[in-house]
Design a binder for this molecule. Structure first.
Ligand SMILES: [Zn+2]
Length: 198
């Protein structure tokens, strides 16, 4: 998959939940690339963070555990929201854990021709890398059970996305990928029925 194209969800926490959806595993390199693609860290910072895997393996290991735990927890939470099921308080704890240990402030930054608030974490341990993701998850959760969080209609995809559309009826993570695949499949089905009719 080309770099950056997996960021289709429209919200940072959903893109993070979508990260490497097919496996339970996530490498340090994949996580750093995600932060870079999402614009949370610069290319220079990414280049400084990647070698920590060799120079500080224990620190990286412990933060990777936290990363995986947060991702699993967000997947469970967002699935529950999509299914209109209640979210148990225990699932919120990994988010609060990160909010608790990361200090920072909000800054106004240019975004899509307008402005948005972005969380800027104070740099401490490696946990600060997760601060903006935890913050984004918290913002989604407090939108309540009617937040337009959806999953892609393609059963082989099932990526989460935030439905910004006016009608709230978006079906695909990306029209260019799953939407078009669906259209092509429907077209081929119609054509083969017509052929049988001849
Ligand atoms: Zn999809």
């Amino acid at each position: 998959m080309p770099r950056g194209t997996h960021l289709v969800a429209g919200r940072l926490a959903l893109d993070f939940a979508n990260l490497a959806p097919a496996t339970d595993h996530l490498t340090w390199d994949e996580f750093i690339s995600f932060l870079e693609d999402a614009g949370l860290i610069s290319a220079e910072r990414a280049a400084r963070l990647r070698p920590l895997l060799l120079t500080e393996p224990q620190a990286v290991d412990s933060v990777l555990l936290r990363i995986l735990r947060l991702r699993e927890c967000l997947r469970a939470i967002f699935s529950a929201v999509v299914e209109r099921e209640p979210v148990p308080a225990a699932w919120i704890e990994p988010i609060n854990e990160i909010l608790r240990i990361t200090e920072g402030h909000d800054e106004i930054v240019a975004f899509k021709g307008g402005w948005t608030l972005q969380f800027v974490a104070r740099e401490g341990g490696l946990e600060w890398l997760l601060a903006a993701i935890a913050r984004s998850a918290a913002e989604l959760l407090i939108e309540g059970p009617h937040a337009p969080i959806r999953r892609c209609g393609n059963p082989e995809c099932r990526l989460f996305f935030y439905d910004h559309s006016r009608t709230h009826r978006r079906r695909w993570c990306s029209m260019a990928v799953c939407g078009n695949r669906h259209k092509v499949a429907a077209f081929l089905r119609r054509r083969s029925t017509r052929r049988r009719d001849l």
